[in-house]
Design a protein around this ligand. Structure first.
Ligand code: APR
Length: 255
């Protein structure tokens, strides 16, 4: 981490009113959840996303998509939020209580629900969640996804296919949730980008919109990404150590 960047980011955070944390799979890496594109361990280097995680694959063979996502759900259910998630939940709490009315919003591409499990309240899951099922036709049916539901089944309300409530490749994002994410990004004074390779649209537009609207952009990633040059701070660090240190720095000043 470049010397002084932690102090500078902590000072920026203290002065900010609207903070956004935009997260990707790298944040959950320390929980033991594989990322999608990191070298040999990346999930998309092991299976074809079009077969196991796309709407075309679901229409071709729903059981294949259902089974692959169920295995991922079992891994997520067996693991837990890490120090990076806990530090971000603490940051939201500190901002709301000590730097009120500063608001911290998490916009996550992750489907593991770990931000909410760690305690963050303001969370926008723009790619949905692996913990819920819904009707393919959006008839209103929704239910928690229990691991016992191993086979695709028909929506009990309208008979269309039921499916996990997450965004498959080839599908649109939930308009309302993405509009809220866009609004928060445009209002942000400070926009953290953590653990994402910026390879998926339209999510990857959010940090660029925030920057264009005047936010200071802080990237936290052990490796460079296509956003690194545009970021105001590009911090080569894992999420857990950086956000734990940032939390400690902020709380030093509050003791
Ligand atoms: N801390 C922070 N960043 C990390 C860590 C860590 N400990 N470990 C890895 N990373 C970084 C990697 O360097 C990489 O840039 O996390 C990023 C993970 O990138 P991807 O695997 O592409 O994940 P993500 O950017 O979230 O993918 C976006 O693509 O497959 C779709 O819908 C899926 O939401 C996902 C989207």
């Amino acid at each position: 981490m470049p010397p002084g960047s932690l102090e500078s980011v902590a000072a920026l955070l203290r002065e900010s009113m609207e903070i956004v944390v935009f997260s990707g799979a790298g944040l959950s890496a320390d929980s033991g959840i594989p990322t999608f594109r990191d070298g040999a361990t990346g999930l998309w280097n092991q299976v074809d996303p079009d077969t196991v995680a796309s709407i075309h694959g679901f229409r071709r063979n729903p059981q294949v998509v259902w089974s692959w996502l169920l295995e991922l759900k079992k891994l997520v259910d067996d693991r837990c939020p890490n120090a990076g998630h806990q530090a971000l939940a603490r940051l939201e709490e500190v901002c709301a209580s000590k730097f009120s009315p500063t608001q911290l919003t998490v916009i996550t591409q992750n489907i593991d629900g770990y931000h909410t499990r760690a305690g963050n309240q303001q969370v926008l899951e723009i790619h949905g969640t692996i913990h819920r099922l819904r009707c393919q036709q959006h008839c209103g049916y929704a239910a928690l996804w229990e691991q016992s539901a191993r086979e695709p089944f028909a929506c009990p309300r309208c008979g269309a296919p039921a499916r996990p409530d997450l965004v498959l490749f080839g599908e649109m994002l939930d308009e309302e949730i993405f509009a809220a994410a866009e609004m928060r990004s445009l209002a942000a004074d400070l926009f953290f980008c953590v653990g994402t390779s910026f390879t998926v649209q339209p999510a990857a537009l959010l940090p660029l919109w925030a920057k264009r609207a005047g936010a200071t952009v802080v990237e936290v990633n052990p490796h460079p990404t296509p956003l690194s040059d545009a970021a105001d701070y590009s911090i080569r660090s894992g999420a857990s150590p950086f956000f734990s240190a940032l939390c400690a720095k902020l709380e030093e000043g509050l003791a």
